[in-house]
Design a protein. Structure first.
Length: 233
């Protein structure tokens, strides 16, 4: 049972996914890359004009770049057709629907050496993917943040009846890194994306998929593997 106080704490993150999807949809350019001001200031073209960014290029001046995030081409093997994306390099994107408004910048107290994040939209209705990663100086600190992210995700496994929730966690280990992925289920108990906490050496992050691209609860495993491999580049 959940008391009223617990229910009130859940309310902000219950509505966050829908609000994020609305804001992203309004801000993005169709079939292009919408850049946060911080990212636009980093990538500049001639005469000081912002350079055109693509999802397969890296931003200079940072140890983390766009190439370390999930790419447009990665989605085709997952049966998704990406439409547009918005990127940032400041760690100020909300981590996941489960985290409320907490950001990677807040999680690390601004102590990470570099940040990168992206939000992808697709031609599938109500499908949205967010990814936020960071880089620290040691694998020990990265592992500590990985564990904190994992605890955050697990806090959304027990939810009131009729509310979306994360299912059982599953470990994933690759040559390039490791992680843990969780399927997501809507209030009717149907598969609705998922979330994965990932790490590769001294880099770590979280990637979340909302919507229902597949009826298979294990769909998120493929997304997690792609994100880990990209993060290790």
């Amino acid at each position: 049972m959940f008391d009223n106080q617990a229910a009130r704490k859940k309310l902000p993150r219950r509505g966050r996914t829908a609000r994020a999807a609305t804001c992203v949809g309004a801000a993005l350019m169709a079939a292009g890359i919408g850049m946060h001001p911080a990212a636009a200031a980093t990538a500049t073209g001639s005469a000081g004009r912002p350079a055109t960014a693509t999802a397969d290029s890296s931003l200079s001046g940072s140890r983390l770049g766009l190439a370390d995030l999930i790419q447009k081409a990665d989605f085709y093997q997952q049966g998704l057709n990406p439409v547009s994306a918005t990127v940032g390099m400041t760690g100020k994107q909300a981590l996941s629907a489960c985290s409320g408004e907490e950001t990677m910048q807040a999680l690390t107290k601004g102590k990470a050496g570099a940040y990168a994040d992206v939000t992808w939209t697709f031609d599938t209705k109500d499908t949205l993917l967010t990814e936020s990663v960071a880089e620290t100086s040691t694998t020990t600190s990265a592992a500590s943040y990985e564990n904190r992210l994992d605890r955050l995700v697990r806090s959304c496994q027990d939810e009131p009846a009729g509310h979306w929730y994360y299912g059982q966690g599953h470990a994933i280990t690759l040559k390039t890194g490791q992680g843990r992925w969780y399927p997501a289920f809507n209030g009717d108990g149907e598969a609705a994306g998922g979330v994965a906490v990932i790490r590769s050496g001294h880099r770590f992050g979280i990637v979340g998929l909302s919507g229902q691209p597949s009826d298979d609860p294990g769909y998120m495993e493929g997304i997690a593997a792609i994100a880990i491999n990209r993060l290790s580049a």
